[in-house]
Structure formats: C-alpha cells, structure tokens
Design a binder for this molecule. Structure first.
Ligand code: 3AM
Length: 395
C-alpha cells in the first residue's frame, strides 16, 4: 500500500488521533514513520486542520530530543505526517513493563525538559506531554513527539485550539488546562512533573475514580510527597517534582530549561568523588532534620527520634513522613497521645493511621507538648521516639 510517494511497510501503533506506520521513502531511500489521521475522524475538518497544525509546529522544531518532521501532506481523504522513525518504544509501554531506576528518571526528565525548552523558546507549547508521546530509542536517546495539539502563539484561535476547549490527556493536564485558562510553557512543566512523580513512585499524583475527581485533584489537592510513597526518592528529586506540581504557574520552574538543569544536578557526583551512600532511612530523616532547623535528631535506626517539637524557628514545620502508622514511644514514658485532636492512648503505643495527613500531639504534665504533622503512606509502621523536654527549659 502506498500513501503519496511513501510505501507503507507495517503498522506500528495507534493513538487517539492517528495510526502510525513504518514506511519507506523511495526518493530518499529512507525508512520513516507516517502518522495518518484516523479515517473515522476525517469527517471532522477541524481535527484535520489541527493535525496539519501539529506538523507545521513540528516542522519548526529541530532538536536532538524532538522527533524531526520531514513532510506533511494530504492524499485523497488522508492527511499524514512523515517523520523520523524512532527505533524503540514509547515511555508508556516501558513503564508498564518495568520501574526505571531513579537516576534514569532524572536523566529522562532532563532530556524531555530540554526538548520542551527548545520548543517554548520558539513559541510552541506542547500541551499534551504524556508518556505515550515520549519515545525511548534503543540506544537510550529520548525523543518527544506529537505536538498534536501544539498551539503556536502567533496563530489565530482559528487553528482549532479554541479557548476553553479541553485538548490534553486528562491525567497529565495542568490546573490551567483543566480550567480552560491560557497556558504557557509552565503548563508543560506541570505535565512533566506528573510523569516524574509517576516514574519515581509508581503512582499517579492525582489518581481518582472519575474524570471530575481527577480534575478536582489536579486543581485543588496537594499530592502526597513522593518520599511517602517511595522512601528511596532523594529529597532533591522530591523538591523538583513538587515544584513542577505547584498549582500556581509562577511557583513552578520558570522555564523547562531551569527544570532540566535541576534534574541534571540531582544525581550529579560531586567533583571530590562520590559521597558514601547513606542508608535510605538515614538520608530521608537527615534531609528532614536539615529542613526542620530547630529540631534535634538523636539517632536513626529504622525510626525517628525527636527531642522537641519539630517546629522550626522559622518557616513551616517539617512534617514527619511515616509509613503504615506509628509505633510511638515517649521519654519519659506514659505521655498521652492525640491524633487529630482525639485521645489515642498512652505511649508506648502502636497507632494505626489512615493514609494522609494527621496532627499528632504528645503531652505529659510538667513537659512541653510535642506536636507534628505526620504524613502517612503505605507500608509497615514507622517507629517514632519522642523525648519530651521539661517545661520551662530553655529552647
Ligand atoms: O506502543 P508502542 O510503544 O509500541 O512508539 C510509538 C508507539 O509504539 C510508535 O507508535 C505507537 C503509538 O504511538 N511511534 C510513534 N511515533 C513514532 C515514530 N516517529 C513511533 N515509532 C517510531 N517512530
């Protein structure tokens, strides 16, 4: 079968908008990929226009991490894009098969961010950054494709991207996309943040049963910190992901280039040589201690030990991140334990806590109250030893 001058070799895959074929260009003797608008969609002229807009946008892009577009054309009722053939698979396919190592997550994220930065500088917002549009070549190179709903800033609204129309893939959309507000490059940064979260933890940050609930979560719910779902996630990577996922665009990375830089530095080995690997628990609580400022962390051996309320002298208190619940001990023993204002017994006690955020208070007559926000994830209970400070003692 032929399409224009191209000989179709085989079908590679299908997306929402088109079928992708492997094809041969006899003029250039080149194997390439042809994306053909699905025939059942051809009746929709605005979709055909959008498809052509995709190719026009892509034609302006030339970056090592962006799939190159060679040609766009119509043949009878068919509209197609001839593009670079990527020998590999989509990230969506790879994710289903295996969990990527965290340094690989950062490398891949940086590569995508670099390609997005290049597009943003040329006035193009991708608008549909999702694992299905990130292709992984077998030699390791990352290529982003399908600027399918790309919107070129200088085009009129007549190109099919009318304001208020929902064009992205719901799970990977930004708050401004779900509310139909104007988007810029920082919307792509948010979408990439969702992918990074999913790669780092194995779970989507805004998962919900219905589309409405997903939209609500994207716009209003703070994701559970990645380290609560996967304690091996370094604090630096967690900060990067949560910065991408800020609800307000101005609180995210200002550019995809800045995100690429941060991801690149995340697993960089210091010039003096690699630092000795701390056990995951120690890394995790050590980072929390640094964030907590005034708190004193005495020992870490599969648990966490506090001498006073973890509230720092400035800024927001650092939350305690726990799995499955808390095995609380107090020194001296016998302190009363309150969770979300309810009395839960005296220390030592094993408290089962539902996943999510809780306020924990440890009180004993003659001692200062110990209070902390605890974020609970899945897993076995986390030991927590609280050493209370006599009231009236200097802080
Ligand atoms: O479902 P898999 O991963 O096997 O990799 C893309 C995906 O395959 C592939 O088409 C399928 C549906 O998107 N694909 C998309 N663009 C491609 C390209 N330029 C491509 N394969 C090779 N070159």
């Amino acid at each position: 079968m032929n399409l224009g001058r191209y000989e179709i070799l085989e079908e590679i895959g299908r997306g929402a908008m088109g079928v992708v074929y492997k094809a041969h260009d006899p003029n250039l003797d080149l194997v390439l990929a042809l994306k053909v608008l699905r025939e059942d969609r051809l009746a929709d002229e605005s979709l055909a226009r959008r498809f052509l807009a995709e190719a026009k946008a892509l034609g302006r892009l030339e970056h090592p991490n962006t799939v190159r577009v060679y040609n766009v054309d119509r043949e009878g009722d068919s509209v197609y894009i001839a593009m670079e053939f990527v020998d590999g698979e989509a990230l969506s396919t790879r994710m289903k098969r295996e969990r990527l190592p965290l340094p690989e997550v950062a490398r891949l994220g940086a590569a995508v961010a670099e390609a997005l930065d290049d597009a943003h500088r040329k006035g193009i917002v991708h608008r549909d950054v999702k694992p299905g549009n990130i292709l992984l070549r077998s030699d390791g190179r990352v290529k982003i494709t399908d600027f399918g709903i790309a919107h070129i800033d200088d085009l009129s609204q007549d190109d099919g991207t009318r304001a208020g129309e929902i064009l992205g893939t719901p799970s990977y959309m930004s708050p401004e996309q779900v509310t139909g507000h104007p988007v810029d490059g920082r919307s792509d940064v948010f979408s990439l943040g969702i992918i990074l979260y999913e790669l780092a933890t194995g779970a989507k940050p805004f998962a919900a049963d219905t589309l409405t609930a997903v939209f609500h979560a994207i716009g209003n719910v703070d994701p559970v910190p990645p380290t609560a779902a996967n304690p091996d996630v370094p604090k630096a990577l967690e900060r990067i992901i949560l910065t991408c996922l800020a609800k307000r665009p101005e609180e995210r990375f200002a550019t995809a280039g800045a995100l690429a830089e941060a991801l690149g530095a995340c697993f960089a080995v210091p010039e003096s040589g690699p630092a000795p690997e701390a056990p995951p628990q120690e890394r995790r609580w050590g980072a929390l201690a640094a964030a907590g400022g005034a708190l004193a962390l005495l020992a870490v051996a599969g648990g966490v030990y506090w001498t006073r309320s973890p509230a720092p002298t400035t800024g927001r208190p650092a939350p305690v991140i726990a799995t499955g619940g808390l095995n609380i001990e107090s020194a001296p023993p016998g302190a009363q334990l309150f969770v979300d204002g309810s009395f839960r017994g005296k220390a030592p006690a094993a408290l089962t806590l539902a996943a999510g955020k809780h306020e924990v208070r440890v009180t004993l007559v003659g001692y200062n109250d110990w209070e902390a926000q605890v974020i609970v994830g899945e897993g076995s209970p986390t030991p927590l030893a609280v050493e209370l400070e006599p009231s009236g003692a200097n802080r």
